[in-house]
Ligand binder design. Sequence first.
Ligand SMILES: [Mg+2]
Length: 146
Amino acid sequence: MIRIPAKVLIVDDEKDFVEMFSLRLKETGEKVFTAHSGQECLEKLAQERIDVVVLDIKMPGMDGVETLKEIKKRYPIVEVILLTGHGAIETAVEGMKLGAYDYLLKPADATEMAKKLEGARKRKDEHEERIRMAEQKSLLRRGGNI
Ligand SMILES: [Mg+2]
């Protein structure tokens, strides 16, 4: 079966981390986009139909939690995985309560990352499928009423 690559947006102010992370993800066959700030993240989301955002919590200016809130307001179906350090797990928990799918501890382990990305992507696919089915049902019902 052909696997359609996920469109993943990596957002982190640490450029080296973004570069390393995107190389690893490209190796696994995903389509990777990058941003280095919350603002840039929102710009990329407006341009591309992204499936999963991997979002650093600690960024200057608009931080990860603020960015997450804005993502969920504008694109509620896009899944978000938060990147955090050992000292900030409670912020990740707060983020998950705001709609983030999960979090990854930095430096992110490749296997763990792949597993969580797959889960986030699956959740988005299933969500979209349920929306499509509901849309079809509403169209059928409308048709029946004529
Ligand atoms: Mg950072």
